[in-house]
Ligand binder design. Structure first.
Ligand SMILES: [Zn+2]
Length: 261
């Protein structure tokens, strides 16, 4: 395929995702969200190559490192590019990823998910892109990574609460009460073992629409659960710093369990 056709095709994919995300969060006022969406519009577009990435900027192609942060809409056809891109294109954990090694935000366009779920993913990964742009680093310790995740989830929690309003707050409270009934939390001592999330709460469909897969249900309910756990830490631990540490520890152990770390 000719380079400009390739550019147009991927650019159209990127724009479609961003349009959809903007549509999903219409009416929500949030400075940080606006900054992130604007950043995603501005990022130079990239394509997967055998060596890594091919980044377009100002009509020129650049090697990844000189180009800074980029955005790459990945399609199923990219499984042919290399084993690396095959593993990215076929993953089904999320609809996107921020790859620190290539400093690029991947949009997985072959996932069939609700517009709202895609918007949440784009914003979450966009948070990482912005964080990377502001704190350029070559790598992070597990603790640093988990602290960044606390920032990403706190941001997403705020946005979905604005999206879902009272219905969302009711679902969240229900999740908190359920966990309080299973575990005994008190101010001095929150057990290390946090009750696992509940099954998908059907009321979430009132906010997002009906999920298109089991996997999507799990992802949406997991976000509620993480929000509930964060809220419990905030409500039981008075010291903000300590509450934030607990959130990071919680995400770290979750990620280790899922072999993300
Ligand atoms: Zn993340």
């Amino acid at each position: 395929m000719k380079a400009w056709m390739e550019y147009d095709r991927r650019n159209e994919l990127r724009n479609a995702y961003l349009r959809q995300a903007r549509e999903s969060v219409r009416g929500i006022e949030d400075r940080e969200m606006e900054d992130i969406l604007n950043l995603l519009h501005r990022l130079p577009l990239a394509f997967p190559t055998q060596e890594g990435l091919f980044v377009y900027r100002d009509g020129k192609s650049l090697k990844n490192r000189e180009a800074g942060i980029s955005i790459v809409p990945v399609t199923l056809e990219d499984v042919r590019v290399s084993d690396f891109w095959k593993s990215i294109a076929l993953q089904n954990r999320a609809a996107g990823n921020f790859l620190i090694r290539l400093s690029t935000l991947v949009i997985l366009t072959n996932q069939s998910m609700l517009p709202a779920t895609n918007a949440i993913t784009l914003l979450h990964e966009g948070y990482h892109a912005k964080f990377f742009a502001e704190n350029s680093h070559d790598g992070q310790s597990d603790e640093e990574y988990c602290r960044e995740e606390v920032g990403a989830y706190s941001f997403i929690n705020r946005i979905v609460e604005k999206m879902g309003g009272d219905v969302y707050r009711m679902i969240l409270r229900e999740q908190i009460i359920r966990m309080e009934m299973i575990a005994s939390f008190n101010d001095e001592d929150i057990p290390n073992v946090i009750p696992i999330r509940s099954e998908y709460n059907d009321l979430l469909s009132l906010i997002y629409g009906f999920p298109r897969s089991e996997h999507e249900m799990t992802a949406l309910q997991t976000n509620v659960w993480i929000h509930a756990v964060f809220t419990i830490f905030e409500e039981y631990i008075e010291d903000k710093e300590k509450a934030s540490e607990r959130k990071a520890m919680f995400l770290c152990s979750l990620y280790k369990e899922r072999r993300i770390l």
